[in-house]
Design a protein around this ligand. Structure first.
Ligand code: ADP
Length: 458
């Protein structure tokens, strides 16, 4: 069966929706193919904070920031393995992308707070309502419906098709064992996400991150777009750069969204009741530190005062209910209660809490130089949860240029092919900073959609 569109978008995460909606608004006919039964990919289950320098919320809070500073943080946070031109396009596009999400798509952001993720020199991460990706994906769905953009779920792209000149002309896809061709008259956009859920591909890319780790990702994150594009000569970069999220459910590997509390003063402690790393460190540094502790796990501890600022329990009540049932999380009235529950030495825990509470007063953490604001932790109630690092993001992937064109081994764009989001590999270097993924997917999704829509019909 053959279907013809101007633009074919593969994948329905944040990158795919941004590409499809932008292509449509630029006048193109467009289709979204999604292999899973439901849309949203990892973008849906993400915390979905979005880094943007110079936002209206920063202005309201009186936070000074610049695109240049965001650029420096991103390059440095990834040990300079990102492509400077592509990173520049991302940080420059971040605020316009956030405004587009707010004003065109209807995404609601928290108006009086921002997150301060590790590696960012200032608070610059916009928080969507509810602090998860469902705010984005539900609004993207509505926007796509309004535009009558067809979304074909259960349709897996398997192969990029090309004409005699090597130009990509669409994809061959499969649904229920039956082949379909989706012809793209102007362009094909790969927005298939990363490969964190593909243990074999992870092991091949970097054996350390093989079967020994669980993943925070949806099962669809199998690296399909990378494999399909490599088959037709696309170049990849940074494939060995794999990120673990430091605090994940030891049972399922899923990210602990309640861990947002860490940005507002929750502390990390080991089984011995001691802190061992700055709670706002880079994810790679924190993960390494956790793996070096007894049992290769740690706990995060916070009290009502932190919750009043973080709203982590309030925002993630379902998760709290599940973790309470499985025993990952415990709510206790006193430190003794908490210590007894997880068999942490009480004297050490009291000592740690006393220190942190004194640092809250002076504003200076003498042990690990916490860059956020600590709270007095001497009074309950307390929440404590156990976490382990789990594979979260694959920084590597397809090489693109600032126009989101996929490049071949010689650095030339492959005609007819664009890519955006986690399928690409040149923005985050060795370590993606929290909330740079949402900037990445929306910025390059929009660029890919725009560019593909205006490409010449062949
Ligand atoms: P990003 O954050 O880069 O947008 P996501 O993980 O949010 O990435 O979304 C990628 C989406 O692409 C997922 O929903 C995934 O199921 C889908 N996908 C991956 N491979 C294919 C494929 N071969 N065909 C169709 N959809 C795919």
């Amino acid at each position: 069966e053959k279907n013809v569109y101007d633009v074919v978008v593969v994948g329905s995460g944040g990158a795919g929706f941004s590409a499809a909606i932008t292509a449509h608004d630029a006048g193109a006919s467009v289709v979204i193919l999604e292999k899973m039964p439901t849309v949203g990919g990892n973008s849906l289950i993400s915390g979905a904070e979005m880094a943007a320098a110079g936002s209206w919320v920063q202005q309201k809070l009186g936070i000074k920031d610049s695109v240049e500073q965001h650029f420096q943080d991103t390059m440095k946070g990834g040990d300079n393995l990102g492509d400077p031109a592509v990173v520049r396009a991302m940080v420059e596009g971040a605020l316009p992308a956030a405004l587009w999400c707010r004003d065109e798509i209807g995404v609601e952001f928290v108006e009086d707070n921002l997150f301060h993720f590790g590696g960012h020199s200032v608070k610059r991460s916009l928080i969507p309502k509810g602090a998860t990706g469902s705010e984005f994906i539900s609004k993207f769905m509505t926007a796509a419906e309004k535009r009558k953009i067809p979304i074909v779920t259960g349709m897996k792209a398997e192969e990029l098709l090309r004409d005699a000149d090597g130009r990509v002309t669409g994809v061959r896809a499969v649904m229920d064992g039956k082949d379909y061709v989706f012809e793209a008259r102007r362009g094909t956009v790969l927005a298939t996400g990363g490969f964190a859920a593909n243990v074999d591909m992870r092991t091949k890319a970097n054996p350390f991150y093989g079967a020994g780790f669980k993943t925070t990702n949806m099962p669809g994150a199998q690296g399909d777009g990378i494999v399909m594009a490599e088959k037709i000569g696309a170049a990849v970069a940074n494939m060995d750069q794999i990120q673990t999220y430091p605090m994940c459910d030891p049972v399922s590997g899923a990210i602990e969204l309640i861990d947002d509390a860490r940005f507002e003063g929750a502390i990390l402690i080991n089984q011995e009741g001691r802190r061992f790393v700055e709670e706002l460190e880079r994810r790679d540094v924190m993960s390494k530190a956790i793996l070096a502790q007894t049992g290769q796990y740690c706990y995060a501890l916070f009290n009502q005062k932190v919750e009043d600022r973080a709203h982590a329990v309030q925002n993630h009540q379902d998760e709290v209910a599940v973790f309470s049932r499985t025993g990952i999380l415990y709510k206790g009235e006193t430190l003794k209660d908490v210590a007894d529950h997880f068999k942490i030495p009480l004297d050490a825990l009291e000592d740690t809490v006393k220190k942190v509470s004194s640092y809250a007063k002076t504003g200076k953490d003498l042990d690990f130089n916490y860059r956020g604001k600590f709270e007095d932790l001497t009074t309950g109630p307390y929440w404590i949860y156990r976490g382990v690092p789990s594979v979260h993001h694959t920084m590597g992937g397809l090489k693109i240029n600032p126009k989101a064109q996929v490049l071949d081994a010689k650095g030339n764009p492959i005609p007819g092919l664009w890519a955006a989001g986690e399928v690409t590999g040149v923005t985050h270097g060795s370590n993606r900073l929290g909330s740079n993924a949402y900037a990445d997917i929306i910025v390059f999704g929009r660029i890919a959609g725009e560019e593909a829509a205006k490409a010449e019909v062949k």
